[in-house]
Design a protein around this ligand. Structure first.
Ligand code: AMP
Ligand code: ZN
Length: 484
């Protein structure tokens, strides 16, 4: 089954194939390391991980490069606010990001270059662009890319053709990010300013630091060569970041920079854009500190198509926990009937097999086809859930074995290869207010201490406040009842 993926440049599904017929060169814009990644950032990285795994599961090795943006406007500003040298400030955020990725069961990239470790390559690119007339230096020691020197500028994001006829009235643009309507010359190098503190490097045209867009061109080409097979990021990067990457790279090399553009739609929270001001930005830690498995978070992040915005809700998180619990239980029941021990199953999950053989007779062919057609992760999972009933009834170990092998292949691609797992025991209803949850916790503790009088009093007081407690063997649930 060929793997088809939507390409932002042509707006079409295109087959994924390594241009050198050996391995796929895949570059992803990495995190800006000045704060913890939020679950929106992490969704993009998880989806890139699924893409990489699915390519590998079709038998194609992947050279996966994801950079670290450890110098830009935001990192410098934050380091200065904390009175720390840039490197000391970014290091803990890098460690935290890598730990989040590991918790979410992402495969480590083949290379993870940092922008500050590739300054000479960036200076070299600027030298070439200056020599070819695509860039100009200004009095403050900055260097700008001359957008009019690159006639196809704007093709990826399909900027209005009329806008392309005239240079933006505002003149050169030096912020790392700017609005869609602006189409102006952008900074390749930013001359040293007082507010940058000690963050600067020497270059032939003066001291300063590279512009954000240039970092990715330099790191991707250093690691993967002048033409990449697939380049990924969130949709917000299409313009200006990726448009600028194309312009500066192609103007420099004269070669096509990227064959296939892969962009992921944004994660929303309870119907709103995630933002600091709305107080709805969640980190992985926020969601897992009460014992929820990060794998459940991974599952939620995959629960919609990557080209559609996904609305994160706490209800969805709890539903995901439940879905994974049910699926895990099925697995634990059918593995012995298939005469397969857990270790063997886990091994199957960690190394993809030959898809043609695996899916030839398996009932999971539909699920695999859905994944291979533009990464329909939720569709593929839906097929797996559908199959559960059949497996529960199936008596023939051979048939179960065949399906389990195919399932392991799919779980590898989805990065859910740690199934079956023990999900969090639901103790509290997420909708219950903090005060009610605290009372319920006190009651649970009293019961554990065999202080049944207190436990009963607390149950009664919860009931009076309109909440019912239902105990199970190893936890309890809270549900709204009638106030008494
Ligand atoms: P940053 O750390 O800001 O450089 O972003 C890292 C990655 O996260 C980039 O690919 C962004 O496009 C992506 N991103 C930012 N916000 C969201 C969001 N709400 N949902 C999904 N991806 C996002
Ligand atoms: Zn980038």
């Amino acid at each position: 089954m060929p793997l088809l993926l939507h390409d932002t440049f042509t707006r079409q599904l295109k087959e994924i194939r390594p241009s050198d017929e050996r391995s796929l060169r895949f570059y992803c814009c990495g995190p800006t390391v000045y704060a913890p990644a939020h679950i929106g950032n992490l969704r993009t990285f998880v989806l890139q991980d699924v893409f990489r795994r699915t390519v590998e599961a079709t038998g194609i090795p992947v050279r996966h490069v994801r950079n670290l943006t450890d110098v830009d406007d935001k990192t410098i500003r934050a380091a200065n606010e904390h009175n720390l040298p840039l490197e000391d400030f970014t290091r803990p955020w890098i460690t935290r990001f890598q730990a989040d990725c590991q918790s979410l069961n992402m495969l480590p990239p083949s290379e993870e270059p940092a922008a500050t470790a590739h300054i000479p390559e960036q200076i070299k690119l600027i030298e070439t662009l200056l020599a070819k007339g695509h860039a100009y230096a200004t009095d403050d020691g900055s260097v700008y890319f001359k957008v009019t020197s690159f006639p196809t500028y704007g093709k990826l994001s399909r900027l209005d053709e009329r806008e392309l006829q005239s240079i933006a009235p505002e003149g050169p643009q030096d912020a790392d990010e700017y609005e869609k309507a602006d189409r102006s010359d952008f900074a390749l190098w930013k001359g040293r300013k007082a507010e940058d503190g000690e963050v600067y490097w020497n270059a032939p045209w003066g001291q300063g630091r590279p512009g954000w867009h240039l970092e990715c061109s330099a790191m991707s080409m250093a690691a993967l060569g002048q033409t990449l097979d697939v380049h990924g990021g969130g949709v917000d990067l299409v313009f200006p970041h990726h448009e600028n990457e194309i312009a500066q790279s192609e103007a420099c090399t004269g070669q096509i920079f990227v064959h296939h553009w892969f962009h992921c739609a944004h994660l929303m929270v309870e119907g709103e854009k995630m933002s600091k001001s709305l107080g709805n930005m969640y980190t992985l830690e926020d969601l897992t500190k009460d014992g929820l498995s990060p794998l459940v978070v991974r599952f939620v992040l995959l629960s919609g198509h990557y080209r559609q915005q996904l609305n994160f809700t706490f209800n969805a998180l709890h539903a995901a926990n439940e879905a994974m619990r049910k699926f895990s239980q099925t697995l634990l029941r059918i593995l012995p009937r298939a005469e397969i021990d857990l270790e063997t199953f886990r091994q199957w999950c960690s190394t993809p097999g030959d898809e043609n053989k695996l899916f030839a007779e398996s009932t999971l062919l539909n699920a695999w086809n859905l994944l291979c057609r533009d990464l329909n992760t939720s569709g593929a999972w839906g097929q797996l859930m559908k199959q559960r009933g059949q497996w529960e009834k199936e008596k023939d170990p051979k048939i179960l074995q065949r399906d389990l092998r195919a399932l392991a292949h799919l779980l590898y691609a989805l990065g859910l290869d740690q199934l079956p797992f023990t999900p969090k025991k639901e103790k509290t209803n997420p909708e219950a207010p903090a005060e009610i949850r605290a009372l319920a916790e006190d009651r649970w503790k009293a019961k554990a201490d065999r202080d049944f009088t207190t436990a009963d009093q607390l149950r009664e007081s919860l009931k009076q406040k309109g909440w019912l407690v239902k105990d199970s063997r190893d936890g309890y649930t809270l549900s709204p009842g009638q106030k008494s």
